[in-house]
Write a protein that binds this ligand. Structure first.
Ligand code: PEP
Ligand code: MN
Length: 357
């Protein structure tokens, strides 16, 4: 079946690709009733985990291959395409044997090149679409590498899923979105559709609409959302799943933005603003150039007087005064702090070179 990712990106109505379904397949009845209701909401690309990677043993790890014939049965009833997670060659073989329409590689597998390669090898010769979740840790290379391994195996229909990254201090999200990573991914592989998974990012259903909207605002190509006929009774990820009915409402309330400017007068305006941005950036770089010249001057002066490069008090003063300037200029103090830290690092490096020369 080739229709899943064709068109690969958003269609002409600009509607995002929607994939929904339970975290785990639990029983033929759960599968049937969930899919029936999802179908009633216009959703026909279904997910459902059969092998569940759990961080710790002891919780529900999926029903395994017994669930695959149920999927085949339910596909006779409804016009759907069904995908499961695969984490080994055994999983791939079983999925292909049971006519699964697409597979995804989970976040705990993307971290491991051996696992990804094993999956890639067992996919060789098949045309099945493959979705690749970001690794649990914020390492872009692992994600890109997984895409390359799957592409090298001859798979042509590949999409990426952004499901967020493990975190220590982020108490809002189950997995921090770190939006800059999927954006950077897109700059490497602009042709690969990027699908957002607000369920695993949020960990709680109340946050799902907000994250989904943010993804659409950032021009993501689709959403994968966990949906269960009775979410509170779900055997895995109960707190983040939504009923098919609630999902329908979430989707109705999402605002899709135009992918690009269309009218010529809009384009003129855009060009004008971009021109001003280019000028502002140029001025910014000129200011950095001026500052770096002064850094060299002060480095030479410190060397002449045999004074240490790092002057902690001065650095504290810089941070404090620039935070104040940030406030009065209405720029985020965090941004200014980060910029100043980078400039300071470079300044220390330059001065050390002068000291040692
Ligand atoms: C899942 O999709 O149910 C899942 C286990 O996701 P992740 O790999 O993103 O944790
Ligand atoms: Mn889940």
């Amino acid at each position: 079946m080739n229709s899943l990712f064709e068109p690969l990106h958003r269609d002409e109505n600009n509607s995002p690709l929607i994939i929904a379904g339970p975290c785990s397949v639990e029983s033929p009845e759960q599968l049937f009733s969930t899919i029936k209701e999802l179908n009633a909401q216009g959703i026909s690309i279904i997910r459902g985990g059969v092998w569940k990677p759990r961080t710790r043993p002891g919780s529900f790890e999926g029903l395994g291959t017994v669930a695959l014939p149920w999927i085949e049965e339910v596909k006779k009833e409804f016009p759907i395409q069904f995908g499961v997670e695969v984490a080994s060659s055994k999983h791939v073989e079983a999925a292909l044997k049971h006519q699964i329409d697409f597979v995804w590689i989970g976040a705990r597998s993307t971290v491991n090149p051996f696992t990804v390669q094993e999956i890639a090898d067992s996919l060789k010769g098949s045309k099945i679409p493959v979705l690749i979740k970001n690794p649990v840790n914020p390492d872009l290379s692992l994600w890109l590498g997984a895409v390359e391994r799957i592409a090298n195996a001859g798979i042509r229909q590949i999409a990426a899923i952004h499901r967020g990254f493990s975190n220590f201090r982020d108490s809002i999200h189950r997995n921090s979105p770190m939006w800059q990573l999927p954006i950077e991914f897109k700059s490497h592989f602009p042709e690969i559709p990027m699908i957002n998974d607000p369920s695993h990012i949020s960990g709680k259903r109340s946050l799902v609409p907000l994250i989904a909207q943010k993804a659409l605002d950032l021009n993501f190509d689709g959403l994968m959302i966990e949906s269960h006929i009775s979410p509170d009774q779900a055997w895995s990820d109960a707190t983040q799943q939504v009923t098919p009915f609630d999902l329908g409402n979430i989707l109705k309330n999402l605002k899709t933005r135009k992918i690009r400017f269309e009218a010529p007068e809009m384009l003129d305006q855009l060009e004008e603003i971009r021109h001003q941005i280019d000028q502002a950036d140029h001025e910014l770089l000129e200011a950095i150039h001026r500052r770096m010249n002064l850094v060299e001057k002060i480095g030479a002066y410190k060397k002449l007087n045999n004074v240490a490069v790092l002057q902690m008090e001065r650095w504290q003063d810089i941070l404090q005064s620039r935070s104040g300037w940030a406030n009065s200029l209405e720029i985020s103090p965090e941004l200014v702090r980060e910029i100043m830290s980078l400039i300071h690092q470079e300044s220390i490096k330059k001065q050390t070179e002068i000291m040692d020369s």
